[in-house]
Design a protein around this ligand. Structure first.
Ligand SMILES: [Zn+2]
Length: 190
């Protein structure tokens, strides 16, 4: 089986998942940070096809790991807001799917009996598209998720590979986790 290597222009870090201590610095803007925020690192993110089949059940039983990071005032607010809009979009699209099915049934009845399709049908289709567009934006990875990317885990779920967007954040992280952290320029994918 061939091994693929993935190279990184800026080094990424490897650290024991239980050891990682995140600096009190906002990973998005670099300001002082005092609000604890969560990043969930789920085993689904493993891109290794070998893990995906045979080892999956074992990895899944470990569940999702949560990393506690610190973010500044401003970015803490925006992260919370995004969570709320995701809930709203999930509820909204559920409701819209039900309405759309109902509208299609009624429009079908109209067409079948030769009547013009009621304008309510078009209104519902329009609303449905609007909810879809909002959902797309609400579910994009937020600024926090894109400032600290979980690249992967090892098999035992003991080590984690993280990519930081800000070089100064990475330096702080390495400083505060000295002896436990390793800088890596590439990873092997089996
Ligand atoms: Zn910030």
């Amino acid at each position: 089986m061939g091994t693929r290597r993935q190279y990184f222009d800026e080094p990424i870090v490897r650290i024991g998942i239980e050891d990682a201590r995140f600096p009190r610095m906002c990973p998005i803007c670099g300001a002082d940070a005092e609000h604890a925020a969560r990043i969930s690192a789920s085993p689904h993110k493993i891109e290794n096809p070998r893990y995906a089949t045979r080892k999956k059940s074992r990895l899944m039983s470990n569940g999702t790991k949560t990393l506690m990071v610190y973010v500044c005032d401003e970015h803490y607010q925006s992260d919370e807001g995004q969570g709320n809009s995701r809930v709203a979009c999930t509820l909204g699209s559920g409701l819209m799917v039900a309405m759309l099915l109902f509208a299609i049934m009624i429009a079908g009845g109209d067409i079948w009996s030769g009547r013009p399709v009621n304008y309510v049908f078009y209104a519902i289709v329009f609303l449905f598209s609007v909810v879809l567009i909002f959902s797309f934006f609400a579910f994009r990875p937020g600024p926090l998720a894109s400032s600290i990317k979980v690249i992967g885990f090892d098999l035992g779920f003991r080590n984690i590979w993280l990519q930081f967007k800000r070089a100064d954040y990475r330096e702080r992280f390495v400083e505060e986790n000295a002896m436990k952290v390793e800088l890596v320029r590439w990873i092997a994918k089996l």
